[in-house]
Design a protein around this ligand. Sequence first.
Ligand code: OGA
Ligand code: MN
Length: 284
Amino acid sequence: MRVQRLHHHFAAQVTEIDLAAPIDAEIVTAIQAAIDENAVLIFRNQQAMTDDAQIAFSAHFGTLQKSITVHREDTQRRLKRPELSDISNVDAQGRRLAETDRKRLLQRPAQLWHTDSSFRDPPGRYTFLAARILPRTGGDTEFADMRAAYDVLDEATQARIADLTVHHALGRSRELAGAPPLSPEEADNLPGAIQPLVRTDSSGRKSLYLASHASHVVGWPRPEGEALLQQLTQFATQPRFIYRHQWRDGDLAMWDNRVTMHRATPFATVEERRDMRRTTVADC
Ligand code: OGA
Ligand code: MN
């Protein structure tokens, strides 16, 4: 397994490994060290990856969460296994969906800076996203390094935010993105979660924990909380903290949701297909 840095602060590409084949404890340890250091890993040439193999690989790094679409009766699932989130613009027959299709509208929030499952308790630790069909252009994914951003915050801000907690809710990002609101079933199953604003990783490094799901700072008046969250998000998503990933055929990305944010970028959804499969393991 070969690991090469892609960005000054974080993100690396990994070659000379086939994740669809069974992997041993030594490899798991090596990948764990690589993700701890780089926060985003791009495994190249994983064309042999299947849905079942992706689930098996993900399970080495934690307990799989179920896709939130299992809580939505009006959205038909294309993929059989509930652990897989369908990040695509195609239906079960592989036909492109209209931009106004409910499933497409529900994907809109992914274009806002976020970290996965921060509205759940436990939240997401790692996400695995496999590229199956890519558009000819566009559809890149941007990642922001929240450890690097924290490191250069001024000391007064670091002290001011040290003990703050934030409420995260899926309804918040839906609202910001102009996506359909939570269905009653979703609202029952996904009530939101309170998260620290600053996280400390196993090596003692701190990071900002932000997302478009973040709705308010606990104990603060809403406007002040929103202003702080917006200001920190703007700071943390400056170009110097961003790695923009242009997907290649066979790529499988793994990222640490505790120390990064990410967002989808547009592509020609009417002309092009994009089929990505996502798994996420819980932070527990
Ligand atoms: C996700 C996500 C971004 C993309 O799957 O969690 O945010 O570019 N995807 O598809
Ligand atoms: Mn996401």
